[in-house]
Design a protein around this ligand. Structure first.
Ligand code: GLC
Length: 497
């Protein structure tokens, strides 16, 4: 159902396969007994070798107390990266997984926001703390430097996944230690960004969605007039020259990253919210870019369910206003469904209109668990459709038939392992086990053949972006483990509602 089969004799990096790699299907939870298909017998990778290589990437990317997303290109601690990293680390070093998440929580702002980046002194970065100047906000912590916005709320998921591998007493202590931060964080998302708990959470910059330059985000950003200096650069075509001075293109070919004009528009959007000292109220009143992003809000639905579970386990009652906001948020999610095209979209928070530019975000309600069975079925059909998401190396970040599809450019087409992980989880919770296992195998095979890259061309499997990328390695460890596929029954009870 998911995607089409690998072409025999050609590996994911576009090279002829000379030797079959051995693989031990049983230990990764693939079907036991009489296998129905050749790919069940030969998963295409050696489990222990892949796991060892993945852990080695994570240890090479380790810094003082956290794991950086990638050496060179991303050296600071990023929010959702840290959560995916902890989900992998828990299988072999739960102490390090907890330490990374605690460190992230210590960067929390006074208003409850967990920032998208915690900066480390001494490391250079394209968009570093001098660009953000987030201490202009009275809510920003004084002792650590951070970005001024947030990222998709994977924290509660990571806290619960780490809790699953701990003995009962340690799990309770772990949950108790993270609970105050989580409550403040979710209150910030629902009450401050969710318009006092009456609506979906609003994101004030494309980077808050985690999918930086995905077509719907650029579409919305592009509806505003750009600053004169960007128009001038575009008109004079000096952006081509500027590309040579970019920090990121020292590590990744320019045609795999955002274009220079896109990057400048993102920077201009940052300047606007920085001028308002990252205040939600000011942004809501004046920012031309406000989105109720489908990925962010889907992850929030799931995070809320985890937070309820954490509270229940440690015998706490969540604040009534937060509980009411969570209920309202969940019931509002279906407003993002478009009956005409039978898919989900993000919403422009200013006009209230859906941004009808398709992307991988459409599949995220599976992970949320918020879609009804009929809508979930439709999403699974899209996943298998070769014109939409059913590519040889799924799942592309933009549907193949979209005019915006660019197979190796950042969030405009490539396959990413973190979104695959979210889709796999969603398929399982809706009972699409076969599809989930097929996508798991395809993902692991791709990584095994091509290495732990930031993303991959969904048509040829060619690797792209940063090399030795941490969340790719961490989620590989997780996908390889039995624990993830045979999740305890109580996880199934976390279906929203
Ligand atoms: C890119 C991704 C973002 C991620 C960051 C660090 O900016 O778009 O989601 O957090 O890299 O890996």
């Amino acid at each position: 159902m998911v995607g089409s089969r690998d072409r025999a004799g050609v590996d994911g990096c576009g090279q002829a396969v000379t030797a079959e790699r051995g693989g031990l299907a049983v230990s990764v939870g693939f079907p036991v007994g009489a296998p129905a298909r050749a790919e069940d017998v030969d998963p295409g990778f050696e489990v222990e070798e892949l796991r060892r290589d993945a852990i080695s990437v994570l240890s090479r990317n380790a810094r003082d107390g956290y794991v950086a997303p990638a050496r060179g290109l991303y050296v600071h601690q990023h929010l959702w990266d840290s959560c995916f990293i902890a989900i992998g680390q828990r299988h072999y070093d739960a102490v390090a997984a907890m330490a990374g998440l605690r460190r992230l929580a210590r960067a929390q702002w006074g208003n409850g926001m967990i920032p998208h980046i915690r900066f480390e002194g001494g490391w250079r970065y394209w968009w570093d703390s001098r660009v953000w100047r987030s201490r202009a906000s009275p809510s920003a912590p004084r002792s650590v430097a951070t970005g001024g916005i947030s990222q998709p709320p994977m924290l509660a998921e990571a806290v619960v996944r780490v809790g699953e591998v701990l003995p009962h007493d340690q799990r309770i202590a772990w949950y108790r230690s993270m609970y105050p931060s989580l409550v403040a964080y979710h209150e910030w998302m629902h009450l401050e960004r969710g318009l006092d708990g009456r609506d979906l959470a609003v994101q004030i910059h494309p980077w808050e969605t985690g999918l930086d330059n995905s077509p719907p985000l650029l579409d919305l950003l592009g509806r505003q007039p750009s600053p004169w200096w960007i128009d001038l650069i575009a008109w004079s075509r000096t952006d081509r020259l500027a590309t040579h001075f970019r920090w990121d293109t020292k590590y990744v070919p320019a045609d795999q990253r955002s274009s220079t004009l896109e990057a400048l528009r993102l920077y201009a959007a940052l300047r606007r919210i920085r001028a308002e000292r990252y205040e939600t109220r000011a942004a809501l009143l004046r920012s031309p870019f406000l989105i109720q992003d489908l990925t962010f809000n889907s992850i929030l639905v799931r995070a809320d369910a985890h937070l309820r579970e954490i509270a229940r386990e440690i015998g706490k009652s969540l604040p009534p206003k937060l509980l009411a906001a969570m209920d309202c948020h969940l019931s509002t999610m279906e407003q993002l469904w478009d009956e005409e095209s039978k898919t989900y979209y993000s919403r422009d928070a200013l006009s209230g209109q859906l941004v009808k530019e398709p992307s991988i975000a459409a599949l995220m309600p599976l992970y949320a668990g918020s879609a009804d069975a009929a809508r979930a079925k439709r999403l699974v059909e899209m996943l298998g459709d070769p014109e939409i998401f059913g590519t040889p190396y799924p799942v592309p970040s933009v549907p193949v038939r979209s005019l915006s599809f660019r197979p190796s450019r950042y969030w405009q087409g490539p396959t990413w392992v973190n979104t695959n992980w979210l889709v796999i989880d969603g398929l399982r919770r809706y009972g699409y086990r076969e599809e989930a296992e097929a996508l798991t195998r395809k993902t692991l095979r791709l990584v095994s053949r091509c290495g732990f890259y930031e993303y991959y061309d969904p048509m040829t499997g060619s690797p792209a972006g940063a090399k030795d990328f941490s969340w790719t390695a961490a989620l590989t460890v997780d996908l390889l483990s039995d624990c993830h596929r045979a999740a305890p029954a109580r996880r199934d009870s976390l279906v929203a509602g």
